[in-house]
Design a binder for this molecule. Sequence first.
Ligand SMILES: NC(=O)c1ccc[n+]([C@@H]2O[C@H](COP(=O)([O-])OP(=O)(O)OC[C@H]3O[C@@H](n4cnc5c(N)ncnc54)[C@H](OP(=O)(O)O)[C@@H]3O)[C@@H](O)[C@H]2O)c1
Length: 219
Amino acid sequence: MDMHIGILGSGLMGSKLGTIFARAGHDVVFSYSHSERKLQRLAREVGGHARAGTPREAAANADAVLLAVHWSRVDDVLAQAGNLSGKVLVSCSLPMNDANTELVLAHTSSGAEALSRKVPGCRVVAAFGTIPSEVLFGVFEARGRKSARPSLVYFGDDAEAKDVAARLIRDVGFDPEDAGPLRMARFAEPFALLVAQLAYETGGSPALAYRFERLEERE
Ligand SMILES: NC(=O)c1ccc[n+]([C@@H]2O[C@H](COP(=O)([O-])OP(=O)(O)OC[C@H]3O[C@@H](n4cnc5c(N)ncnc54)[C@H](OP(=O)(O)O)[C@@H]3O)[C@@H](O)[C@H]2O)c1
């Protein structure tokens, strides 16, 4: 069954993930940009399965809502989205400071856990925050090939919501790696900064993904 997906934040992550979800057959509503024209253009470029809307419209009939805004915009976009109780909220948002240099929450909490407290009754799953946006289209294009898919960790406290997220992760072309409850974000959010360091600061291509391998144990 194809899903209705609302995109809250149509920047680097939201525009690419929304485009891929639509290409995978889901109905997508792009929302939350400074430019209404940008949202319209995004929807037009994707074609039949996408449209532009307000955050409230994006969330209204959504089977899953993607949160893809800077940490400083989370409260604003959630207020605009309205009641998210019972919804599956997939978040790639990291709790970064304004300069994007530091996590403002870590070790004893995490962005994913803080987000979950902001939206009581909403089923939060953290996913897509541990890879750079630059890799998304490449992973999607490679998804039918025989080579092993890159991994993508996801975590949350609601089993059904995690199944929805895992499906979206597979649709993008990753191998979903269930990393457990939402509190695992305490480990994964710093890991995301390590991935960003490798993607952007080492001189190689930023289109970077990772893969976990389980090998036979040997004595
Ligand atoms: N970029 C990555 O590779 C990456 C990777 C992993 C995790 N993340 C996390 O994912 C989240 C999104 O990152 P991103 O790079 O996609 O951010 P981004 O490119 O800055 O996109 C943010 C979106 O929010 C919109 N927005 C910001 N302020 C607004 C306002 N006042 N009113 C209306 N719309 C507003 C932007 O509008 P415009 O369309 O007008 O710009 C844009 O559509 C962040 O929490 C980040 O830490 C990013």
